[in-house]
Ligand binder design. Structure first.
Ligand code: AMP
Length: 279
Protein backbone atom coordinates (compact mmCIF):
# COMPACT_ATOMS: atom_id res chain seq x y z
CA UNK A 1 0.00 0.00 0.00
CA UNK A 2 2.89 2.32 0.79
CA UNK A 3 4.10 1.93 -2.79
CA UNK A 4 0.65 2.80 -4.07
CA UNK A 5 0.53 5.92 -1.89
CA UNK A 6 3.99 7.02 -2.95
CA UNK A 7 3.32 6.50 -6.63
CA UNK A 8 -0.01 8.23 -7.02
CA UNK A 9 1.24 11.69 -6.27
CA UNK A 10 0.54 14.60 -8.60
CA UNK A 11 3.15 15.31 -11.24
CA UNK A 12 3.80 18.43 -13.26
CA UNK A 13 1.55 19.14 -16.22
CA UNK A 14 2.34 19.31 -19.90
CA UNK A 15 -1.27 19.63 -20.96
CA UNK A 16 -2.53 22.06 -18.36
CA UNK A 17 -3.96 24.43 -20.93
CA UNK A 18 -6.03 21.74 -22.57
CA UNK A 19 -6.99 20.44 -19.20
CA UNK A 20 -8.32 23.85 -18.24
CA UNK A 21 -10.17 24.12 -21.52
CA UNK A 22 -11.69 20.70 -21.37
CA UNK A 23 -12.89 21.02 -17.82
CA UNK A 24 -13.87 24.65 -17.53
CA UNK A 25 -16.80 24.74 -19.93
CA UNK A 26 -20.06 22.93 -19.47
CA UNK A 27 -21.13 20.46 -22.11
CA UNK A 28 -23.67 21.26 -24.77
CA UNK A 29 -24.10 17.58 -25.57
CA UNK A 30 -27.60 16.24 -25.22
CA UNK A 31 -26.29 12.79 -24.30
CA UNK A 32 -24.11 13.83 -21.38
CA UNK A 33 -26.02 14.67 -18.26
CA UNK A 34 -24.81 15.61 -14.78
CA UNK A 35 -21.64 17.15 -16.17
CA UNK A 36 -19.85 18.64 -13.19
CA UNK A 37 -19.23 22.33 -12.83
CA UNK A 38 -15.55 22.68 -13.58
CA UNK A 39 -15.46 26.44 -13.17
CA UNK A 40 -12.47 26.31 -10.87
CA UNK A 41 -10.10 23.65 -12.14
CA UNK A 42 -6.61 23.60 -10.67
CA UNK A 43 -4.51 22.18 -13.47
CA UNK A 44 -1.22 21.83 -11.62
CA UNK A 45 -0.52 18.50 -13.33
CA UNK A 46 -1.63 16.24 -16.15
CA UNK A 47 -5.06 14.66 -16.64
CA UNK A 48 -6.10 12.13 -14.00
CA UNK A 49 -9.28 10.63 -15.35
CA UNK A 50 -11.26 7.49 -14.58
CA UNK A 51 -13.53 5.52 -16.91
CA UNK A 52 -16.39 3.60 -15.30
CA UNK A 53 -18.98 1.37 -16.92
CA UNK A 54 -20.23 -2.19 -17.23
CA UNK A 55 -18.15 -4.92 -18.88
CA UNK A 56 -18.29 -4.57 -22.66
CA UNK A 57 -19.45 -0.94 -22.66
CA UNK A 58 -16.32 0.26 -24.48
CA UNK A 59 -14.19 1.73 -21.68
CA UNK A 60 -11.03 0.36 -23.28
CA UNK A 61 -11.90 1.68 -26.74
CA UNK A 62 -12.69 5.24 -25.68
CA UNK A 63 -10.07 5.47 -22.92
CA UNK A 64 -7.41 4.35 -25.37
CA UNK A 65 -8.54 6.88 -28.02
CA UNK A 66 -8.47 9.68 -25.45
CA UNK A 67 -5.10 8.51 -24.20
CA UNK A 68 -3.68 8.84 -27.74
CA UNK A 69 -5.30 12.21 -28.16
CA UNK A 70 -4.25 13.70 -24.82
CA UNK A 71 -0.87 12.02 -24.51
CA UNK A 72 -1.51 10.39 -21.14
CA UNK A 73 -1.23 6.66 -20.49
CA UNK A 74 -4.30 4.46 -20.64
CA UNK A 75 -4.02 2.06 -17.74
CA UNK A 76 -6.50 -0.82 -17.70
CA UNK A 77 -6.30 -3.00 -14.61
CA UNK A 78 -7.94 -5.82 -16.63
CA UNK A 79 -4.92 -5.72 -18.97
CA UNK A 80 -2.56 -5.83 -15.97
CA UNK A 81 -4.44 -8.86 -14.66
CA UNK A 82 -4.28 -10.57 -18.09
CA UNK A 83 -0.53 -9.89 -18.34
CA UNK A 84 -0.08 -11.55 -14.97
CA UNK A 85 -2.31 -14.45 -16.13
CA UNK A 86 -0.10 -14.96 -19.16
CA UNK A 87 2.94 -15.43 -16.93
CA UNK A 88 3.52 -18.83 -15.36
CA UNK A 89 3.83 -17.77 -11.71
CA UNK A 90 1.81 -19.06 -8.77
CA UNK A 91 -0.27 -15.86 -8.76
CA UNK A 92 -1.30 -16.59 -12.34
CA UNK A 93 -3.07 -19.85 -11.39
CA UNK A 94 -4.79 -18.14 -8.47
CA UNK A 95 -5.96 -15.29 -10.71
CA UNK A 96 -7.21 -17.56 -13.51
CA UNK A 97 -9.69 -19.20 -11.18
CA UNK A 98 -11.11 -15.85 -10.03
CA UNK A 99 -11.15 -14.08 -13.42
CA UNK A 100 -12.63 -17.01 -15.34
CA UNK A 101 -15.56 -17.08 -12.92
CA UNK A 102 -16.23 -13.38 -13.45
CA UNK A 103 -15.31 -12.45 -9.88
CA UNK A 104 -13.15 -9.56 -8.72
CA UNK A 105 -9.53 -10.01 -7.79
CA UNK A 106 -8.63 -8.84 -4.25
CA UNK A 107 -7.98 -5.15 -3.75
CA UNK A 108 -4.44 -5.95 -2.52
CA UNK A 109 -3.50 -7.78 -5.72
CA UNK A 110 -4.94 -4.96 -7.83
CA UNK A 111 -3.10 -2.25 -5.82
CA UNK A 112 0.08 -4.22 -6.22
CA UNK A 113 -0.28 -4.60 -10.01
CA UNK A 114 -1.30 -0.96 -10.41
CA UNK A 115 1.59 0.30 -8.26
CA UNK A 116 4.08 -1.64 -10.37
CA UNK A 117 2.56 -0.27 -13.57
CA UNK A 118 2.63 3.32 -12.28
CA UNK A 119 6.18 2.91 -11.04
CA UNK A 120 7.31 1.62 -14.45
CA UNK A 121 5.51 4.54 -16.14
CA UNK A 122 6.97 7.08 -13.75
CA UNK A 123 10.49 5.89 -14.50
CA UNK A 124 9.75 6.49 -18.21
CA UNK A 125 8.56 10.03 -17.45
CA UNK A 126 4.83 9.36 -17.75
CA UNK A 127 2.46 11.68 -15.98
CA UNK A 128 -1.30 11.63 -15.59
CA UNK A 129 -3.47 8.66 -16.50
CA UNK A 130 -6.78 7.46 -17.80
CA UNK A 131 -7.75 4.59 -15.54
CA UNK A 132 -10.02 1.92 -16.98
CA UNK A 133 -11.49 -0.80 -14.76
CA UNK A 134 -10.22 0.87 -11.58
CA UNK A 135 -11.59 1.74 -9.05
CA UNK A 136 -14.07 -1.10 -9.09
CA UNK A 137 -14.99 -1.24 -5.41
CA UNK A 138 -15.80 1.51 -2.93
CA UNK A 139 -12.64 0.63 -1.00
CA UNK A 140 -10.53 1.07 -4.13
CA UNK A 141 -12.18 4.46 -4.77
CA UNK A 142 -11.64 5.60 -1.19
CA UNK A 143 -7.97 4.64 -1.21
CA UNK A 144 -7.42 6.28 -4.59
CA UNK A 145 -9.08 9.38 -3.18
CA UNK A 146 -6.66 9.40 -0.25
CA UNK A 147 -3.58 9.28 -2.43
CA UNK A 148 -4.40 11.55 -5.35
CA UNK A 149 -7.01 13.82 -6.86
CA UNK A 150 -9.13 12.52 -9.70
CA UNK A 151 -10.27 15.29 -12.03
CA UNK A 152 -13.03 13.64 -13.98
CA UNK A 153 -14.92 10.36 -13.98
CA UNK A 154 -16.64 9.34 -17.21
CA UNK A 155 -19.41 6.79 -16.73
CA UNK A 156 -20.19 5.07 -20.04
CA UNK A 157 -23.65 3.55 -20.38
CA UNK A 158 -25.25 1.11 -22.82
CA UNK A 159 -28.34 -1.15 -22.77
CA UNK A 160 -27.65 -4.49 -21.13
CA UNK A 161 -28.69 -6.67 -24.10
CA UNK A 162 -26.17 -4.79 -26.26
CA UNK A 163 -23.47 -5.15 -23.58
CA UNK A 164 -23.84 -8.93 -23.60
CA UNK A 165 -23.78 -9.11 -27.41
CA UNK A 166 -20.69 -6.87 -27.50
CA UNK A 167 -18.82 -9.04 -24.99
CA UNK A 168 -19.68 -12.22 -26.91
CA UNK A 169 -18.44 -10.65 -30.16
CA UNK A 170 -15.17 -9.41 -28.69
CA UNK A 171 -11.95 -10.84 -30.21
CA UNK A 172 -8.27 -10.09 -29.63
CA UNK A 173 -5.42 -10.61 -32.06
CA UNK A 174 -3.09 -13.00 -30.26
CA UNK A 175 -0.12 -11.46 -32.04
CA UNK A 176 -0.55 -7.67 -31.93
CA UNK A 177 -3.01 -7.54 -29.00
CA UNK A 178 -5.49 -5.29 -30.84
CA UNK A 179 -9.16 -5.67 -30.01
CA UNK A 180 -11.95 -6.25 -32.55
CA UNK A 181 -15.64 -7.09 -32.46
CA UNK A 182 -17.37 -9.48 -34.82
CA UNK A 183 -20.89 -8.74 -33.51
CA UNK A 184 -23.26 -6.95 -35.83
CA UNK A 185 -25.68 -5.32 -33.42
CA UNK A 186 -29.22 -4.39 -34.32
CA UNK A 187 -31.13 -3.90 -31.10
CA UNK A 188 -34.81 -3.03 -31.58
CA UNK A 189 -36.49 -0.21 -29.66
CA UNK A 190 -37.80 -1.63 -26.40
CA UNK A 191 -39.57 -0.28 -23.30
CA UNK A 192 -39.06 3.31 -24.39
CA UNK A 193 -35.40 2.72 -25.18
CA UNK A 194 -34.32 3.63 -28.69
CA UNK A 195 -33.08 0.99 -31.11
CA UNK A 196 -29.36 0.78 -31.68
CA UNK A 197 -27.12 -0.45 -34.48
CA UNK A 198 -23.41 -1.11 -34.32
CA UNK A 199 -21.34 -2.34 -37.20
CA UNK A 200 -18.72 -5.00 -36.43
CA UNK A 201 -15.16 -3.84 -35.97
CA UNK A 202 -13.46 -6.41 -38.17
CA UNK A 203 -9.74 -7.22 -38.09
CA UNK A 204 -7.38 -6.62 -41.00
CA UNK A 205 -6.42 -9.73 -42.97
CA UNK A 206 -3.12 -10.25 -41.12
CA UNK A 207 -4.95 -10.49 -37.76
CA UNK A 208 -7.98 -12.48 -38.96
CA UNK A 209 -6.44 -15.93 -38.48
CA UNK A 210 -4.99 -15.06 -35.05
CA UNK A 211 -8.14 -14.03 -33.24
CA UNK A 212 -8.79 -15.32 -29.75
CA UNK A 213 -11.71 -14.89 -27.36
CA UNK A 214 -11.21 -13.97 -23.71
CA UNK A 215 -12.00 -16.91 -21.42
CA UNK A 216 -14.32 -14.63 -19.41
CA UNK A 217 -16.34 -13.55 -22.46
CA UNK A 218 -18.75 -16.51 -22.37
CA UNK A 219 -22.46 -15.77 -21.80
CA UNK A 220 -22.48 -17.28 -18.32
CA UNK A 221 -19.39 -15.41 -17.16
CA UNK A 222 -20.45 -12.11 -18.79
CA UNK A 223 -23.76 -12.28 -16.89
CA UNK A 224 -21.88 -12.95 -13.65
CA UNK A 225 -19.53 -10.01 -14.39
CA UNK A 226 -22.56 -7.78 -14.89
CA UNK A 227 -24.04 -8.97 -11.58
CA UNK A 228 -20.72 -8.28 -9.84
CA UNK A 229 -20.61 -4.84 -11.49
CA UNK A 230 -24.05 -3.87 -10.16
CA UNK A 231 -23.22 -5.15 -6.70
CA UNK A 232 -19.60 -4.04 -6.21
CA UNK A 233 -18.83 -1.34 -8.78
CA UNK A 234 -22.04 0.66 -9.19
CA UNK A 235 -21.60 2.24 -5.73
CA UNK A 236 -18.39 3.79 -7.11
CA UNK A 237 -20.57 5.87 -9.48
CA UNK A 238 -22.39 7.33 -6.45
CA UNK A 239 -19.08 8.01 -4.71
CA UNK A 240 -17.90 10.24 -7.57
CA UNK A 241 -21.36 11.71 -8.17
CA UNK A 242 -21.38 13.01 -4.61
CA UNK A 243 -18.01 14.67 -5.32
CA UNK A 244 -19.45 16.35 -8.45
CA UNK A 245 -16.92 14.57 -10.68
CA UNK A 246 -19.18 12.14 -12.52
CA UNK A 247 -20.04 12.72 -16.17
CA UNK A 248 -22.71 10.27 -17.37
CA UNK A 249 -22.44 9.43 -21.05
CA UNK A 250 -25.04 7.31 -22.84
CA UNK A 251 -23.36 5.83 -25.89
CA UNK A 252 -25.57 6.61 -28.87
CA UNK A 253 -24.19 3.75 -31.02
CA UNK A 254 -20.86 2.49 -32.30
CA UNK A 255 -17.57 4.39 -32.54
CA UNK A 256 -18.53 6.61 -35.53
CA UNK A 257 -21.55 8.04 -33.68
CA UNK A 258 -20.17 7.95 -30.14
CA UNK A 259 -16.61 9.29 -30.50
CA UNK A 260 -17.52 12.78 -31.78
CA UNK A 261 -20.31 13.05 -29.19
CA UNK A 262 -17.94 12.05 -26.40
CA UNK A 263 -15.40 14.66 -27.50
CA UNK A 264 -18.17 17.23 -27.57
CA UNK A 265 -19.32 16.25 -24.08
CA UNK A 266 -15.72 16.61 -22.87
CA UNK A 267 -15.44 19.90 -24.71
CA UNK A 268 -12.40 18.60 -26.58
CA UNK A 269 -11.63 19.53 -30.16
CA UNK A 270 -9.62 16.74 -31.82
CA UNK A 271 -7.90 19.03 -34.32
CA UNK A 272 -7.01 21.66 -31.72
CA UNK A 273 -5.63 19.07 -29.30
CA UNK A 274 -3.45 17.53 -32.05
CA UNK A 275 -2.18 20.94 -33.11
CA UNK A 276 -1.31 21.92 -29.57
CA UNK A 277 0.56 18.62 -29.11
CA UNK A 278 2.91 19.40 -32.02
CA UNK A 279 3.32 23.09 -31.13
P1 AMP B 1 -11.72 -6.18 -17.38
O1 AMP B 1 -10.81 -6.39 -18.54
O2 AMP B 1 -11.70 -4.78 -16.85
O3 AMP B 1 -13.10 -6.71 -17.61
O4 AMP B 1 -11.09 -7.06 -16.19
C1 AMP B 1 -10.97 -8.47 -16.30
C2 AMP B 1 -10.97 -9.06 -14.91
O5 AMP B 1 -9.84 -8.61 -14.17
C3 AMP B 1 -12.17 -8.71 -14.04
O6 AMP B 1 -13.31 -9.50 -14.30
C4 AMP B 1 -11.61 -8.95 -12.64
O7 AMP B 1 -11.55 -10.33 -12.33
C5 AMP B 1 -10.17 -8.44 -12.79
N1 AMP B 1 -10.07 -7.00 -12.45
C6 AMP B 1 -9.75 -5.99 -13.30
N2 AMP B 1 -9.74 -4.81 -12.66
C7 AMP B 1 -10.07 -5.08 -11.37
C8 AMP B 1 -10.25 -4.28 -10.20
N3 AMP B 1 -10.07 -2.94 -10.23
N4 AMP B 1 -10.58 -4.90 -9.05
C9 AMP B 1 -10.75 -6.24 -8.98
N5 AMP B 1 -10.61 -7.05 -10.05
C10 AMP B 1 -10.28 -6.49 -11.23
Amino acid sequence: MAAFTRLLKPSSSTSSLLFKRSLSATSSSAVASDIPNFSDPKPSRNFQWVFLGCPGVGKGTYASRLSNLLGVPHIATGDLVREELASSGALSRQLAEIVNQGKLVSDEIIFNLLSKRLEAGESKGESGFILDGFPRTLRQAEILDEVTEIDLVVNLKLREDVLVEKCLGRRICSQCGKGFNVASINAKPENGRPGMSMAPLLPPQHCASKLITRADDTELVVKERLRVYYEMSQPVEGFYKSQGKLMEFDLPGGIPESWPKLLEALNLDETEVKQSAVA
